[in-house]
Design a protein around this ligand. Structure first.
Ligand code: ATP
Length: 357
């Protein structure tokens, strides 16, 4: 298995830097998810690791060996892409066995591996079919299976679940996680789906405009987002982000929006424009009296999700979101008072967007 080291990696397309000076270490056995909005450079970064795209500058090391100039097939990586290219004239079994046939693996071992992978991905009954006789989701599972039959240095996957329906996506997600636990293999996985990132990753790398915004465990990314961008991108519904300024009263941070009051600390960060962040689940009626952040507004909309309500609260020009099971009995148009405890509040510099300690 493999440790992948990325040093100053850059990909420039006609003056536009799709990947911009990225440094990243993927440890042996990591499940790294490259997460970010469309166009942020996830696929480009993965394609460079795969050896399908030559970097403009920078280096890639696999287990200490510089592979930057090495062609894809010599890197011993298994790849699954969104556009799963299956061989149309071969059965599912032969498609799955193909990478082993190329490696001249003995037939009985080949058959055994194909059976194992087919069982893992629920493809046993489809082994004799041709790709055109499969649904999109089934084809995608064959593409995943084809990567799994080998024992490569690392698995590289680009949105491999994007064509699956919600149920199958959840099931396949769990299968991939279990597989990762079992193989203790290195995975690099591209997605813009934060649920996939949060549930499968040992490390999430959030990208924006070709640069790493933050790399950390799912817990770090969720609970200590390093920037306004990460705070707003990870979490659904997204974190409430309200502009604020450091007030004149001894460094107390006061929100600019009337009806939102924040008293975060005294001292240090004076005369600074900030962004105050609080996640919807941390805005609670119970914290109004004692919270460091206090909000008084009107209930504009309520979404009942069964297990909990999502409540949209209008405070002047600002629309805040609260969610939780303690928000029953609330009516549209009525006043509401919510608060958040100090430890639930995130603070960012408004100019740089970076987190303040
Ligand atoms: P998505 O989630 O939409 O797949 P992504 O994060 O994977 O997006 P990339 O496909 O890596 O993004 O693209 C990053 C940027 O580079 C985009 O602005 C894209 O338009 C540009 N780009 C990608 N490939 C090329 C190319 N071959 N030539 C020119 N520009 C490209």
């Amino acid at each position: 298995m493999s440790r992948i080291e990325i040093l100053g990696l850059t990909q420039q397309f006609k003056g536009h830097r799709a990947v911009d000076d990225v440094d990243l270490v993927i440890e042996d056995g990591d499940f790294v998810v490259l997460l970010g909005p469309s166009g942020c450079g996830k696929t480009t970064l993965l394609r460079m690791i795969a050896g399908l795209l030559e970097p403009t500058s920078g280096r890639i090391l696999i287990d200490g060996q510089d592979v930057t100039a090495l062609p894809s097939k010599k890197r011993n990586l298994a790849m699954v892409f969104q556009s799963y290219a299956l061989y149309p004239h071969l059965s599912v079994a032969k498609n799955l066995a193909f990478p082993l046939a190329v490696l001249r693996t003995p037939r009985d071992e080949r058959d055994r591996r194909v059976r194992e992978v087919a069982a893992t991905l629920g493809l046993e009954k489809l082994l004799h079919r041709k790709p055109r006789e499969l649904s999109g989701g089934q084809r995608q599972r064959v593409a995943v299976g084809r990567a799994l039959v080998r024992q490569p240095s690392a698995y590289l996957m680009d949105e491999p679940l994007s064509n699956l329906d919600a149920k199958l996506r959840t099931a396949t997600r769990q299968e991939l996680s279990e597989l990762h636990d079992r193989l203790a293999a290195t995975f690099v996985y591209v997605t813009h789906d934060q649920v996939e990132a949060m549930t499968m990753a040992t490390k999430i790398v959030v990208l924006d405009a070709g640069r790493i915004e933050q790399a950390g465990t799912p817990e770090e990314i969720y609970h200590r987002p390093a920037s306004v961008f990460v705070a707003g991108f990870v979490g659904a519904p997204p974190m409430n982000l309200v502009p604020g300024v450091v007030g004149s009263i001894g460094g107390v941070v006061v929100s600019t929006a009337p009806g939102i009051e924040a008293r975060l600390w005294e001292g240090e960060v004076e005369n600074r424009e900030v962004v105050i962040g609080v996640r919807p689940e941390h805005l609670r009626a119970a914290d109004f009296a004692t919270g460091a952040l206090r909000v008084e507004g009107l209930v504009e909309r309520i979404e009942n999700l069964g297990s909990e309500n999502v409540v949209y609260v209008r405070v002047g020009d600002t629309l805040l979101t609260a969610r939780g099971d303690g928000l029953g009995g609330i009516r549209r148009g009525e006043p509401i008072a919510l608060g958040a405890a100090l430890e639930r509040i995130h603070l960012f510099d408004r100019t740089t967007g970076r987190r303040l300690e």
